[in-house]
Design a protein. Structure first.
Length: 319
């Protein structure tokens, strides 16, 4: 297995070539039993336990600034497991009081169903519905509210998770809705969060004209959440362990951390999975530390072959 070819992160592969000298192994065995921290590497990356990194902090700051500057369309992409949904939760929690968020976690809605969802989230009175109710009539209630918010210096931001699942029609209607002013000002801010294929969707003929118009009006910002680099992988592991033990010592050897970075490709969710499997195995085998050999065993036996990461540079340039 030539795993080096699969490593793509914010730092070059060469960063893994010279592991640091390990401290004496942290003693897993206490009182004759191997005692590992409970749930220190849970499968979900919770808000309270996520190890912040420079790339995460930069993306968080940039998106917050885009929202404050009333950018109409903000796009965040990244591979599965990099922490996109977590980042957006952080953004929503840190919004200024004059921004009202709407979080859409099921993007496979029709435009009419989105309008009804948005009105419910905003506690707006909705018109009576029947088979002949048009989207234009349903959207007028929302538009009236958005215009009032705009006039008062406030805004509404719609966050769409798993946005690569959106239909072209829904996204096009949302973009048109956000432009529903005579002056071209953005009535609605849209934050799309999804896999790298999302950028490809924005280049499709039905959407390209709308996204290019926002780009020329400086109403479009593109962001990417990359995997962690080598030092960031180590910091992630240390922080998770410190939260459980108080002091992690060298529970994972330098070689183990190096190999975790290679097998996981720096993706936090994969790091959690590898560390959890390694710690359970170490506990079962009464090991005193987690070594590179153990990580090889876990990686080769339990993990699927890592896929080549997508290159988003070309997609960003095309937009």
């Amino acid at each position: 297995m030539n795993s080096q070819k699969t490593w793509q992160a914010s730092e070059p592969v060469g960063a893994f070539d010279a592991p640091t000298t390990s401290k004496p192994a942290f003693d897993l065995i206490r009182g004759g039993q191997s005692e590992l921290p409970a749930h220190s590497f849970g499968g979900d990356i919770g808000t309270g336990v996520f190890c912040s990194s420079p790339v995460f902090d930069r993306a968080l700051k940039a998106i917050n600034e885009d929202i404050r500057s009333r950018t109409g369309l903000i796009v965040l992409t990244g591979e599965t497991g990099t922490g996109k949904s977590l980042l957006i939760r952080h953004v929503i929690e840190s919004l200024d009081p004059d921004v009202t968020p709407i979080l859409l976690i099921d993007p496979r809605l029709s435009f009419q169903n989105f309008l009804r969802f948005a009105c419910r989230e905003l506690n707006l009175a909705q018109p009576a519905y029947d088979a002949n109710t048009s989207p234009e009539k349903e959207s007028e209630v929302l538009l009236e509210f958005l215009r009032a918010e705009r006039k008062a210096g406030r805004s509404v931001a719609v966050f769409v998770d798993e946005a690569q699942e959106m239909s072209e029609d829904l996204l096009a209607d949302l973009l048109r809705l956000s432009d529903s002013t005579a002056t071209g000002d953005e009535l609605l801010q849209i934050v799309l969060v999804g896999l790298p294929t999302l950028r490809e969707s924005l280049r499709k003929p039905a959407l390209r004209k709308l996204t290019l118009r926002k780009l020329t009006q400086r109403g479009l910002k593109l962001h990417r959440l990359p995997p962690l680099g080598r030092d960031q992988v180590e910091a992630f592991i240390r922080q998770r362990l410190d939260g459980a033990y108080g002091e992690s010592g060298a529970l994972f050897t330098a070689e183990a951390i190096e190999k975790i970075g290679i097998y996981s490709r720096g993706i936090p969710r994969s790091i959690n999975t590898i560390c959890s499997l390694a710690m359970f195995t170490a506990q079962f085998e009464q090991r005193r530390s987690i070594t590179g050999e153990l990580i090889d065993h876990v990686g080769q036996r339990f993990l699927p072959a890592p896929a080549e990461p997508r290159d988003e540079t070309a997609a960003a340039a095309a937009l």
